[in-house]
Ligand binder design. Structure first.
Ligand SMILES: C[S@@+](CC[C@H](N)C(=O)[O-])C[C@H]1O[C@@H](n2cnc3c(N)ncnc32)[C@H](O)[C@@H]1O
Length: 216
């Protein structure tokens, strides 16, 4: 059993996965992605309960796949998505797809959980078609809000707590060209309202970022 079964979602998301993944958040992320890739095969690795895949299905131009190391998460995603996406239980290194199978590979708040970053980027590259698109989101621990992010971070499975420039460099050093990156402001205010705002201009201060990159 993985570290990401039902208890993880109850402890880390406080049972609020849905409120932390509102439609306006996944739509903003999808709109950013659509500027670079408008269709084809897409996989969401670490898809959890499938909120992003649900959003992506509305574009109507992608053949959708999702994987997650958590059997619990995939079971919930399967109930919610039906046949809108093909789902499998498995970690990044267990999933089996043909090399170059995907036009888009997404990992949203997932790559920082994976210990061996060289192997993770190599695996992603293997899944992507040569000019495909990698979409990542990650929390960042530098900048004026870095200490706040650190203080609010209650997820012991975060293995890489690094800054925004470190992630840009992490992509570049594994031969990905970063096409675009921007800031994500996301707060669960008072345990009630999920505030979300994404901005290219505020990227130096944001507590999280989204990167869009292609293999060089
Ligand atoms: C913080 S949650 C993010 C979930 C979702 N992507 C989102 O944006 O809400 C991390 C997810 O990654 C999954 N995960 C962790 N390690 C993984 C791995 N090595 N391969 C695939 N999924 C993994 C967990 O089960 C969990 O669903």
């Amino acid at each position: 059993m993985s570290d990401f079964e039902q208890g993880y979602f109850e402890d880390i998301y406080g049972g609020d996965y849905d409120r932390r993944n509102p439609e306006y958040k996944t739509r903003g992320m999808m709109d950013a992605l659509l500027r670079f890739e408008t269709g084809g095969r897409m996989v969401d690795i670490g898809c959890a309960y499938g909120a992003f895949l649900k959003q992506a299905s509305q574009a109507g131009t992608f053949e959708l796949y999702g994987t997650d190391i958590s059997a619990h998460a995939v079971e919930v995603a399967q109930q919610r998505l039906g046949d809108a996406a093909q789902l499998q239980v498995g970690g990044l290194f267990d999933s089996e797809f043909e090399p170059g199978f995907f036009d888009v590979v997404c990992l949203f708040d997932v790559i920082e959980h994976i210990e061996d970053q060289d192997a993770a980027f190599a695996r992603i590259r293997e899944f992507l078609r040569p000019s495909g698109l990698l979409a990542l989101t990650v929390p960042v621990y530098d900048g004026p809000l870095g200490r706040v992010v650190e203080a609010l971070d209650n997820d012991p499975t975060h293995l890489h707590k690094i800054g925004r420039r470190d992630w840009v460099q992490a992509c570049r050093s594994r031969d990905f060209e970063v096409m675009h990156w921007f800031g994500l402001y996301r707060y669960f205010v008072g345990g009630r309202v999920y505030a979300y705002y994404q901005s290219r201009f505020g990227r130096r201060w944001a507590p999280a970022i989204m990167l869009l990159a292609r293999p060089r």
